[in-house]
Design a protein around this ligand. Structure first.
Ligand code: CAA
Length: 420
């Protein structure tokens, strides 16, 4: 969409992303078990809104509109109506217009597009946040909840772990069509963990995964699906995490920055966004993310940029194969060349197009509603030199995010520029 006004990311915050295998996650083997509990959805929302306000110096009273992305609060936390939940965070948020957005794993991306639309329509200062808790159920029961992002009536039965299996189906088709190998895919996994190991907020920050471990099924890294046709095409390390977490960003127009007394040079500009939506349960070509490609094409056109301009990207790696196919949908690699790009090292921190620098959904974690917001915050943090041990040597000027809901059914692509 071509913007009527200039839109800036002022800053933001995220909570640590936690879950099984994270040292911060309270489970029965944790020394604090019985003494404290993992944050609830409400607590995550409170934490992240307060941290975002503190880190930007914006006051709750300044905010004119808020959107919160969340996929299935009703199922994991018995809680819906999350706009009103955000109003509980601070008395000055009482009576503000706040609403929830839901588009499966793209819920956070849609919270940002809704906030941008509000700014284009006349508001000057907005917040977009996302939050999800998923560890209140086992991975198996949670898989049933997450399957609501697919066409439940026709796709739920593919496997107990519906989404992992839908992407194992894509991995099989892609490997057969292009000759890509499990080792190509393992390069994406090892990179995610290598980056996540440098990120103190990452769910899997203490878990090491090598290319060899990720490439080969073993007792420690099983092909865990039951579906006999797709089982061999997915291992545990190919999957994103079942995480709890929240992210929030503040957005403003030029007038908004003036009201806040914030210099635009401390901000990042969102140049364009594009959202594409395709019919549920009706993927036309399993070997391509064509919905993501449609969104990317529009976003590049509106921003006047090409894939060659992108210096850093946060892409939806719900499974390792997804990142590889994203390289192609976003124009970083030709069709069938995603594996070669991964192997070349170009998408590593020291490569020509670093992707998922904080560990992506596989290692940073994937609290579904928070992910799209976290992606934009990551690009902002890289551009402003705030990524600590995983900071790129040269802070990038142009960045891209691609946040995907379901089996590439809703995708939001954004292009951003550092204002220096
Ligand atoms: N040998 C054989 N089988 C094994 C095994 C072993 N050594 N270890 C585990 N398994 C099998 C078991 O069947 C086990 O299930 P049960 O314990 O219920 O029998 C199953 O694998 C899972 O094992 P765990 O429960 O121990 O696994 P975990 O808790 O470590 O979770 C995971 C691993 C299942 C991969 C989990 O991380 C997961 O589900 N990740 C994907 C999350 C997901 O799908 N998110 C959504 C992404 S899609 C998207 O982003 C778009 C959208 O809109 C939804």
């Amino acid at each position: 969409m071509k913007f009527r006004r200039k839109i800036y990311v002022v800053g933001g915050a995220h909570t640590p992303f936690i879950g099984k295998h994270s040292p911060d996650f309270i489970w029965k083997g944790h020394p604090d078990f019985g003494k404290r509990e993992n944050p609830t959805l409400e607590e995550l929302i409170h934490q992240v809104v307060h941290s975002a306000l503190e880190s930007t110096g914006v006051k709750p009273a300044d905010i004119e509109k808020i959107y919160i992305g969340n996929f299935v609060g009703e199922l994991f936390s018995n809680q819906g109506h999350l706009g009103s939940m955000v109003a509980r965070v601070h008395p000055d948020l009482e009576t503000k217009p706040i609403a929830r957005t839901e588009a499966a794993c793209a819920s956070g991306g849609i919270a940002i597009t809704a906030a941008i639309d509000a700014l284009n329509a006349g508001h000057d200062i907005a917040m977009a946040l996302g939050a999800e808790v998923q560890t209140t159920a086992s991975a198996r029961d949670g898989a049933d909840y997450l399957a609501r992002a697919a066409h439940y009536a026709s796709e739920r039965g593919i496997d107990d772990f519906t989404f992992p299996c839908l992407f194992a189906r894509r991995a099989k088709a892609y490997k057969e069509a292009t000759g890509a190998t499990d080792e190509d895919i393992a390069h994406v996994v090892a990179k995610a963990y290598e980056n996540g190991n440098r990120n103190p907020f990452a769910h899997m920050r203490t878990v090491k995964v090598s290319v060899e471990h990720a490439a080969t099924a073993s007792d420690k890294n099983p092909n865990f699906l039951k579906n006999p046709e797709y089982k061999e095409h997915l291992k545990i390390t190919d999957c994103s995490q079942v995480s709890d977490g929240a992210s929030a960003i503040l957005l403003a127009t030029e007038e908004g920055l003036e009201k806040l007394g914030i210099d635009k040079r401390s901000c990042v500009e969102i140049l364009a966004y594009a959202q594409a939506t395709s019919a549920l349960g009706a993927v036309k070509d399993l070997t391509r993310l064509d919905n993501a490609a449609a969104a990317a094409e529009r976003a590049y056109a509106d921003a006047g940029l090409t894939p060659a301009d992108v210096q850093v990207a946060e892409v939806h790696d719900c499974f390792a194969i997804t990142e590889l196919m994203m390289y192609e949908a976003l124009g970083f690699a030709e069709y069938g060349q995603g594996g070669a790009l991964a192997r070349s090292g170009a998408t590593r921190l020291d490569g020509s197009i670093p992707v998922n620098t904080g560990g992506g959904l596989m290692a940073f974690g994937h609290p579904v509603g928070a992910t799209g917001v976290k992606q934009v915050l990551e690009i902002y943090r890289q551009m402003k030199g705030r990524c600590g041990d995983y900071q790129l040597a040269t802070p990038p000027t142009i960045g891209l995010t691609a946040n995907m809901g379901g089996d590439d059914r809703t995708t939001v692509v954004m292009l951003m520029r550092n204002v220096a």
